[in-house]
Design a protein around this ligand. Structure first.
Ligand code: ADP
Ligand code: ASP
Ligand code: MG
Length: 472
């Protein structure tokens, strides 16, 4: 049996956390036989090594030489403290310290080049961002070896082949499967534990890429597919997927079972607990996915499966995504004119901006959609160019944005076939004095999204969450 386990930043965030993680790995190995580990860069909230790496590089590009140097120092301290706490001087401590220093030294050299040139390319950002994972896997593997087990750090640049879309690279599955099997199966066959970097890959020319922020979850699923694993487990710092982000809703509860579709919807609309692309590889191969808490391993967490009953037929979880703009294309001359929607979204796509939600009034006098707030201006100018003739003829009266807005999404497969859920949600939100600016429900009937003023986010989430908890 093969189990792929991904450990998030906090699970490898300190010597203590790495000790707990190692114990979980060794217990699972006894039970499953083959265990493949995927690890994130170190992150003890609120400091994440990936943030330090990236923020330092951005600062260097902005003529600031101090920040990256200070961050390099901070990263040295974080990693060296962990190494000191885990590895003994007469074993691998010196070698792993030297490995770490190589990465941090390289980071400083890259940032210095960025500072001098005043230019930071997506390709350089990926080379920089992935170093956190490259350091953490080396520490974790060395610690397991120190405990007497055969563990090997593997850079995913050797096995995960992606396209060259830096900062959001897509895996090329055939090549990834071939390389992953060729590289990892021999380690498993000799009884070893591969400890693979999450988040990163390499394109066909061998240049380092990343799968996007939070992408280590996706790495776990990609390896699960490539190895035809029996299960994929995501170890994090909460008891699985909860009814709301526990940081905003302290009374949030763990959800025992969710469907791939429900959790995809939650992740897409902002629930950080899982990267939104994680589900695709596992759903296609029917691999069960579990989310568990490294710091409370006896808790069953959440299991994600193809189908599941919604016992109370009600909403299961609520999430919010902030800092969006609701852009409206509006005009009396739009009614019944074919192609307006296609041209609208064609223009948005040409601006390279993604749309999170669409809503069209039935009278066809307006179309509105949500995009990230920082791209609203670009989108609006693109639309004004696209519809220059219609605007001049007054068929389209205006293209405008409301900013900042938040999209609050409640999720449950039970929405299908249970009447009145949307009504209850709108009433709950309205009773709490929140004005709903727009509404959208996907045809999968798995989620209802409302758009609210940015300032109303917490109130709207709390209102929906109270409703969910009241039905449990
Ligand atoms: P990791 O480093 O383990 O990947 P992340 O910080 O990326 O951890 O994701 C876990 C965090 O996701 C939790 O600590 C929690 O604050 C946040 N989160 C947001 N929404 C939810 C939710 N619905 N259920 C559980 N956690 C959530
Ligand atoms: N370390 C990466 C990030 O912070 C990937 C991850 O944690 O999933 O985005
Ligand atoms: Mg994460």
């Amino acid at each position: 049996m093969t189990l792929v386990m991904k450990f998030g930043g906090t699970s490898v965030g300190s010597a203590d956390a790495i000790r707990s993680t190692a114990e979980l790995i060794l217990n699972s190995k006894q039970e499953w036989g083959n265990v493949v580990v995927v690890a994130s860069g170190m992150g003890s909230k609120p400091i994440k090594v990936t943030d330090l790496l990236l923020d330092g590089a951005y600062a260097a590009a902005n003529d600031d030489e101090e920040t990256y140097k200070a961050y390099a120092k901070q990263m040295r301290r974080i990693h060296y403290t962990a190494i000191d706490g885990l590895l003994s001087p007469d074993r691998e401590r010196q070698a792993i310290l030297a490995d770490n220093e190589r990465f941090i030294g390289r980071y400083e050299a890259l940032c210095q080049a960025v500072f001098v040139l005043g230019e930071l390319t997506p390709r350089a950002l990926d080379a920089i961002a992935g170093m956190g994972e490259q350091m953490s896997v080396r520490i974790l593997a060395a610690y397991l070896r120190e405990l007497g087990h055969d563990a090997e750090a593997v850079d995913a640049t050797e096995i995960v082949v992606t396209d060259s879309h830096f900062q959001a690279a897509a895996p090329l599955f055939d090549q990834t499967t071939e390389k992953t099997q060729a590289h990892l199966l021999p380690i498993l066959e000799r009884g070893g534990i591969p400890i693979v970097t999450g988040f990163i890959g390499a394109d066909e020319h061998g240049v380092t890429t990343t799968l996007g922020r939070g992408g280590s979850d996706y790495s776990g699923a990609i390896l699960g597919q490539a190895l035809q694993a029996d299960e994929v487990w995501i170890w994090t710092d909460v008891d699985g997927v909860m009814t709301a982000d526990p940081r905003i809703a302290p009374n949030a509860r763990s959800i025992p079972t969710l469907t791939y579709r429900e959790v995809s919807e939650l992740a897409f609309y902002g629930a950080k607990v899982l990267h939104p692309k994680t589900m695709r590889p596992v759903v296609e191969h029917n691999i069960p996915l579990r989310i568990k808490n490294t710091f409370n391993p006896d808790h069953p967490g959440t299991v994600i499966v193809s189908h599941s009953e919604t016992p109370n037929g009600f909403l299961k979880a609520v999430t919010a995504i902030k800092d969006h703009s609701l852009i409206t294309v509006e005009g009396k001359g739009m009614m019944g004119v074919p192609g307006i929607a296609a041209r609208t979204f064609g223009a948005v796509a040409r601006s390279g901006v993604s749309v999170l939600l669409i809503s069209q009034a039935s009278s066809e006098q307006s179309i509105c959609f949500a995009t990230p707030a920082d791209s609203a201006e670009t989108v609006i100018s693109g639309l004004q160019i696209e519809f220059a003739v219609e605007i001049a003829q007054r068929d389209i009266d205006r293209v405008w944005a409301i900013s900042p807005v938040s999209i609050v999404t409640a999720v449950s497969a039970g929405i299908r076939g249970t009447p009145g859920i949307a009504g209850k949600l709108f009433t709950a939100v309205g009773d709490n004095g929140v004005n709903i600016i727009a509404i959208a429900q996907g045809s999968s009937e798995c989620g209802i999204s409302i758009v609210v003023d940015g300032d109303d986010t917490a109130k709207a989430v709390a209102a929906v969450h109270e409703l969910i908890v009241a039905h449990l």
